[in-house]
Each structure stands twice: as structure tokens, then as C-alpha cells.
Design a protein. Structure first.
Length: 644
């Protein structure tokens, strides 16, 4: 059952929604074939489906092909964060698409209902688009139409929609660039000729000329639901893309009778909650091959391998996505032994293809003599597009031995500043502070947060340390060490919750065999609550925690957590095993989804959400012991949710 809980700004995606999304993006019975392909390869061939009551539905053939999806560089009225990068997309098979948006007349013939009745600006003419229809209702119409017609119907994917809208053109609109909007009145119903008139509603379909492939009202009139969950574009070539496995908003395309002209462009993307139903939202249907986003097996590649490049052991990974989409993987290169105090370099590898391959290793800081460069913890400042890497230098493990450094990159990790000692720029400075390791976050307020732990100058034993965060409100120029959490703990990771509070997930060294959680209402300055989360079992070890999401507006639908889940086996057994990923849909209160990634020895990890909606995890592990390699794995939310 599709169940959704509403919130003030969006909705929470529950497990039932996630499981629904993983079955297949098609909403129609798998054994129902699509309408037979057109006899020719050219676009524009028409056919008609007869509906009850003498109503018909006209379809246009769209052939297979390749096109550039998204906006051109510098396109007028563009939304760069939503419509870039432009990238080649191939649709491997043709499909039929509704010549018009589904009308009220067609809706009533198939569904027997009228959800628009009594609603403002709905439009009275039965030839106007069916509106006040949310995404699930549009998908239900396609399923009902399949049963009526005996052939498979579904909503178009976003790629199918833009390909059909462009109809072989590369301009802003399918009728040209129209920089001054002189021609838009003749091709689309938009704010200028619909909303700003006495008749404030969608217009009857087909009054404007069709695009070059015979489709009407692809720009304006009503925005049209697509099958996909919304996500950022990944950028590389794609074949039959179907969007991410799960997100919190669905895609809308085409602009509407209430939007400005620039929002009717061929590349313009919208996203709304699936429950949204308004006068300016409708849909059209397609009949083609079923679209299935396969869960797939995680892709796993070596990034750092013990014994390579003259390094004894690679440890303590940190990973983030640079502003341009480059993956940055940091770690310690322990040159002589596995020990924490081994002479250590801080190293980096970059990936420009989503982690499938990695550029050669860069040494960011050389550890000289007996120095250990430790605990990388990276964060991105979105306001300045700067990557900051926090780390520390230790000549000997323990308090009163640490210097704290910051390295900066303003070109997505290609080059870096010299290490800057920031000890004199930290308020409440404590030289026992240990950053991360893992990743920091930037809160919606702009505050940069580096999680970690510290003791007091006279506390030597590690079990007397307390988790806390280092934070900056001026883009890393100055820092403050926050108050300790109220329980013994150490390595930690942070996320911002929906209500703006900060959650710190901490490693516990008190024999609790589970993770600790601290909540701060003031961004890590003090802590209002602490509890032990017994659902997150652990053999004490650093874990990774991120918020999975699509963008700042709609990406707050899940928390992901990963650690070696050999709970109940750790005390008396030194080895950590069973790298496991979990998902929570209620801000960490419960963790209903759990999937084993690597059954063997494993240890520290760090995660990131990739631009295409997949998840990347950089983790330590091996076949015989946990320090053989650091590998990168990418997997989909569909794989994570597949509990079968």
C-alpha cells in the first residue's frame, strides 16, 4: 500500500513507499504487452485507442534515437542547478505517446470520477486536461487504461518526455529560441495569454499547433507528471534512464498556464510531492517497453591497496563529492606499519566517473620522520565552493601531542593549499581534539561542522574522551570547539535533522556494544539529549552516517548508516566483520532497512550520495583481515531496499 505521512514542507517517505518504488517504475501489469510499434521508423505516425462511451485517445509514434538532454551552457532563463549538465541520452526503442494531455473526457471514460469538480480554476470544458490529479492517480489512470485497451500504458519517463518534446530540435523551445517571447502566444498557453486573462484555467487541448513530431501542448497548459523520482543529472551518457530508485518528489515537465515563458522551455524541470494536485498539473500517457530500474549488484573497485606504492597500509577513509561532481577519496598512507603511530602521509585519489575509475594518488602532506598525519575529515562549503580537509599531526598518540591543520581546495580537489595550523584560531582550544574521521557537514545556516572527540589536558586514557564538534560560522576562518556530549565516547559523525537540530552519532567505548546519539539544538555548542541506540549494534568502530537526498529542497527523505555489524561477536574477538548499510525514514528513530555489503573483515567507512541517486561507500576491509584494502562500492536505493 502506498502510505505517506505529510509534514509542513514535504512528506516523509516510509518503507512502504520505498518498496513500491523498487519493484519497477512501470505501474502496469508486467504481462501486458505495449501497443505494437509503428510500421515505419519516422516519427509522427498516428493511431487511436477507443475508450468507453465513444471517447477516443490519439497516440503519436516516437522513434528510438539519441538526443542531448538538459540545458545548453548559458541558455536564457535557465536553472543551472536543475538542468545541467547537458548530456547525451539514448532511447533504445520507440514508443507511442498521447498526442494531447489526458482530458477530462478521457479521464471520466476510464475512471468514472471527476476529481476536479468544485475546484478553482479547473476548467469546465471536457476537452481541457484532467487536473487536480496527483502522481499516484495519474499512474492509476495508466493502469486502468491498460485494462480497458488491452495494451500496456504508463507515464513517460523524464527522458522520453524531453526527447518527444524537442522532436529533433536543440533550441529553447521546439519552435525556436524565441529570446523575446514574441512567438510563444502562438504555441503555448502560459501566464501571458492564460493566467492574465478573464478565463483563468487550462484551455482545451489541441488549440495550438503541434511540435514537429505531431504532439500538442508539450509547452504550457498543464505541467505533466513523469514516471521518475526527481534527482540531479549525473552528466555522462545514459541509455533508457529511469531516474533514481527513490526520492521524495516526482518530476513534472512542460510548464503550465500559470508559469512564465521561461518555464515552458524544453529542458525545464520541476519537482513536486507525489500527493500534489492542482489546477496546473496534468499528464499524458505512453505505451512502450516497460521501464524497470534494476536493483543490480553493487559495483566495487579497489581504491587503495596495502603494499602498493611503497605503503604498508592505507587506513581511515574520508570521501565527499566536490562541487563539480568529482569524488574525492582521502586516507592515511601508513608507510612502515599498520600502527596508528607509523610515519604517515595524507593522500587523495579523485574520480570523475562516479567512482568507476580513479586517478593516480596525490600526496597532500608528507609525514616527515616519526610524524603521523591522521584522521582526515573533509567538508564542502557550498557558499564558496571550497573543499576543506581537516586533519591532525601527532608525534605520539594521546593528548598534548596534536597539531590541527586545514587544507583548502578551490578547484574540486585538483590543487591544494599548504597545510595551515589552525590551533590559534580555535576558541576553547583543546589540543587533544581528534577530528572525525570521515566527513563534516554544512548546516542550512551555513555553519561548517567537523565532528570528532577530545578529552581534557589531564586526561590521558582514551576511554575518558568525549565526542564533540568543531564548528565555524565564517567559512573556516575561525573555529569553536563545542561542549562534550555527556557520556564517554569518541569518533563521531553528524547530520542535520529536519527541525534544524544536529545529530551526532558516536562510537561508544563503554562496553555498550551499540552506538550513542547526541542531539544539539544549537549546532553543536551544547547537547540537550543523549541516548544509546540499541538498534545500531557495533563492535566499537567508526561508522558512517549521511542524509540521503536529491537537493536542499526535497532531499530529506532518509538517513543512511554503515558499520561492521558483527554485534554480539565483538567482545573477546578483535576482528570487525560484516559491513552493513541501514536506512531510516524517521530521522533515526528506527532503522527498518538493513543490507549486508561485505561479509568479511571490515572496519571504517564513509558514504556519499552520488548525483544519479546511487550511494557510494568507501570502506576498509579484506578477505583475511580488515586492513587489506580500501574499496569503493556504489549501489542503488533499490538494492538496499531489496530484502528478498
Amino acid at each position: 500500500m502506498f502510505q505517506v505521512k505529510r509534514t509542513v514542507r514535504g512528506f516523509t517517505v516510509g518503507l512502504s513507499v520505498l518498496m513500491l518504488a523498487t519493484r519497477a517504475l512501470s505501474q502496469t501489469p508486467a504481462d501486458t504487452p505495449p501497443l505494437k510499434p509503428a510500421t515505419g521508423a519516422n516519427p509522427g505516425e498516428h493511431t487511436t485507442i477507443k475508450l468507453p462511451g465513444g471517447v477516443s485517445l490519439e497516440l503519436v509514434w516516437i522513434p528510438a534515437g539519441t538526443f542531448l538532454m538538459g540545458q545548453r551552457d548559458g541558455e536564457q532563463d535557465a536553472y543551472p542547478n536543475k538542468e545541467t549538465p547537458q548530456h547525451p541520452v539514448t532511447l533504445s526503442s520507440g514508443y507511442w505517446m498521447g498526442k494531447f494531455e489526458v482530458t477530462k473526457e478521457q479521464w471520466k471514460a476510464v475512471m468514472g470520477t471527476a476529481p476536479w469538480e468544485g475546484r478553482p480554476s479547473a476548467g469546465e470544458d471536457l476537452k481541457t486536461p484532467a487536473n487536480y490529479v496527483d502522481w499516484s492517480s495519474a499512474a492509476a489512470f495508466a493502469e486502468a487504461l491498460t485494462k480497458v485497451a488491452g495494451v500496456n500504458f504508463r507515464l513517460p519517463t523524464e527522458a522520453e518526455w524531453e526527447y518527444a518534446c524537442r522532436a529533433g530540435t536543440t533550441t529553447r523551445f521546439y519552435w525556436g529560441d524565441d529570446p523575446t517571447y514574441d512567438a510563444i502566444d502562438g504555441h503555448a498557453w502560459w501566464r501571458g495569454n492564460a493566467a492574465n486573462t478573464e478565463l483563468k484555467c487550462p484551455r482545451s487541448v489541441g488549440q495550438k499547433p503541434p511540435n514537429p513530431w505531431g504532439l500538442c501542448d508539450m509547452s504550457g497548459n498543464v505541467s505533466e507528471w513523469c514516471q521518475d523520482w526527481h534527482s540531479f543529472y549525473f552528466g555522462g551518457p545514459a541509455t533508457d534512464p529511469a531516474g533514481p530508485a527513490i526520492a521524495s518528489h516526482r518530476v513534472l515537465r512542460g510548464g503550465s498556464w500559470i508559469t512564465i515563458g521561461g518555464q515552458c522551455r524544453s529542458s525545464r524541470r520541476y519537482h513536486e510531492e507525489p500527493l500534489m494536485a492542482r489546477s496546473d498539473i496534468g499528464f499524458r500517457v505512453t505505451s512502450g517497453n516497460p521501464v524497470v530500474r534494476q536493483p543490480g549488484v553493487p559495483e566495487i573497485v579497489d581504491v587503495f591497496v596495502a603494499g602498493s606504492e611503497g605503503v604498508n597500509t592505507y587506513r581511515i577513509p574520508s570521501m565527499l563529492l566536490a562541487p563539480d561532481g568529482t569524488l574525492l577519496a582521502f586516507c592515511e598512507a601508513r608507510k612502515e606499519s599498520q600502527d596508528d603511530a607509523s610515519p604517515t602521509d595524507m593522500v587523495l585519489r579523485r574520480s570523475v566517473d562516479g567512482g568507476r575509475s580513479w586517478l593516480p594518488t596525490q600526496v597532500l602532506v608528507h609525514g616527515i620522520g616519526n610524524e603521523a598525519l591522521m584522521n582526515p575529515c573533509a567538508v564542502v562549503d557550498r557558499a564558496t565552493n571550497t573543499v576543506l580537509l581537516a586533519c591532525m599531526k601527532a608525534n605520539k598518540i594521546g593528548p598534548n601531542r596534536n597539531q590541527h591543520f586545514l587544507l583548502l581546495s578551490q578547484d574540486n580537489g585538483q590543487t591544494w593549499s599548504e597545510p595551515m595550523d589552525i590551533g590559534d584560531r580555535i576558541a576553547n582550544y583543546n589540543d587533544s581534539f581528534v577530528p572525525g574521521p570521515g566527513v563534516g557537514i554544512q548546516m542550512q545556516s551555513g555553519r561548517l561542522v567537523i565532528p570528532g572527540y577530545a578529552g581534557t589536558p589531564d586526561e590521558v586514557l582514551e576511554e575518558n574522551f568525549y565526542s564533540r564538534v568543531l564548528y565555524s560560522d565564517d567559512h573556516g576562518q575561525n573555529w569553536t570547539l563545542g561542549a562534550p556530549v555527556p557520556q564517554f565516547s569518541d569518533e563521531s559523525q553528524a547530520v542535520e535533522l529536519r527541525d534544524g537540530s544536529l545529530m551526532l552519532n558516536v562510537r561508544g567505548n563503554m562496553g555498550m556494544s551499540c552506538r550513542g546519539v547526541a542531539i544539539s539544538e544549537n549546532g553543536g555548542e551544547t547537547w540537550s539529549r543523549f541516548y544509546w541506540d540499541r538498534a545500531l549494534k557495533e563492535c566499537p568502530c567508526e561508522a558512517s552516517l549521511i542524509r540521503y537526498g536529491c537537493d536542499e529542497k526535497d532531499g530529506k527523505n532518509a538517513l543512511l548508516f554503515a558499520n561492521p555489524d558483527n554485534s554480539g561477536e565483538c567482545y573477546g574477538i578483535l576482528e570487525r566483520t560484516k559491513m552493513t548499510v541501514r536506512a531510516s525514514f524517521d530521522e533515526g528513530k528506527t532503522w527498518p532497512v538493513k543490507r549486508l555489503l561485505h561479509p568479511g573483515p571490515s572496519s571504517y567507512s564513509t558514504m556519499v550520495r552520488l548525483p544519479d541517486g546511487d550511494i557510494g561507500i568507501l570502506f576498509e576491509g579484506g578477505e583475511k583481515h580488515r586492513r587489506e584494502w580500501i574499496r569503493f562500492a556504489r549501489f542503488s536505493m533499490a538494492w538496499l531496499a531489496d530484502q528478498g
